[in-house]
Design a protein around this ligand. Sequence first.
Ligand code: GUN
Ligand code: ZN
Length: 406
Amino acid sequence: MIISGQLLLPSGERTVNIQPGWLRLEEDRIAEVHPGEIHSRPDLGGEDFLVSPGFIDTHLHLPQIDSFGAFGERLLDWLNGTIFPAEIAWSDPDHAQLRARSAMEQLFACGTTGIVAFASNHFESTRRSLETARELGMRASIGQTLCDMEITPELLVPTADSLRQARELLEGFPPGTDRVTASVAPRFALTCTGELLSGCGDLAREFGAIVQTHLAEMEPECERACELHDASDYTSIYERAGLLTSRSLFGHSIHLSPDERSRLAAAGSKAAHCPTSNTFLRSGVMNRAQWLRDGYGVTLATDQCAGYEKSMIRVARSMLEVTMFVGEKPPSEFEAWWQITAGNAQELGWADNGVLREGAEADIVLIKPEHPWHKLRRPLSDLLWTFDDRWLKATIANGKLVYRQA
Ligand code: GUN
Ligand code: ZN
């Protein structure tokens, strides 16, 4: 397949540029990239298309896709009142499979081709979510949400069972071998015993798995976590369990002391920054620029459905806005596009993803606004701030057309 347009290409540290060009896909890979010339007869695209790598979302919850819009609630009440009932419905694997498919199709329609996601607390529903990602061609790391205390009985799985089920998923979808792999996903310190967290740390080390969890999202949560685990700060709860690894993603990571940030940085762990979720639940504002200065890597995520946005482009917009609100210089539009493509891929260790490069995975989005955007003075900034879903014309994942605007 030949695709032509304005190519979003890597260009130095933490940035991208756009150049006219074309590329050829062969099966699931990008076989050729030709900057500098527009192909006269592409299968997809044209001079006024943006051709971008598919977007990567590093933190979202598949069972929450039917629970958007519970505005006004704060984290702990929102979990109990809105989210846990929706996740209990995932005890039915057939329901879970249908909704997982719908979630992934909606993500493709937003240009997202790679995800790190929580499934529900149920083994079979998580396994079906992984199967669905494989069938649809989504690049995915998905974990069974693990909870062994202080949660409604329908979502509680005893410690030994939780660890056995997580292991079985890791064996079935081993990290590092495929586009679809299992991750280790203890929900957060409020619903996990020290024993479960340590078992998760052991599994993550044994399998070299991505760890995904929540850290320091809101202040009362931090206090409760320290009380339950007899800890001096929230980070130390995960630290003592061996969960601070270079493949660990800590959702939110807002209310962290400089010392916690430096320990997270030393471990090579990453924050999953969720700006739309943080404002929606009034949890706080993460200072991305400061966290980066501290050496704490930052990825960007929707956190559906506490995050009200499915589109990574609009979450990038929100990232720029909240960076300004904390008094920092916002990243450029080039860095924003880098973050949702190559940046997120790099932080996840997905070396072949997030870039238009020979040999990379063929995950591509085509965008075509109605106006002559590429002739403007700041084309990518224009696209970012005015983005309209009706401009997203096609998404290719794993070399196949997975979304095309009707
Ligand atoms: N903390 C623990 N579970 C969740 C969740 O599902 N969403 C958010 N935003 N925070 C959490
Ligand atoms: Zn989350």
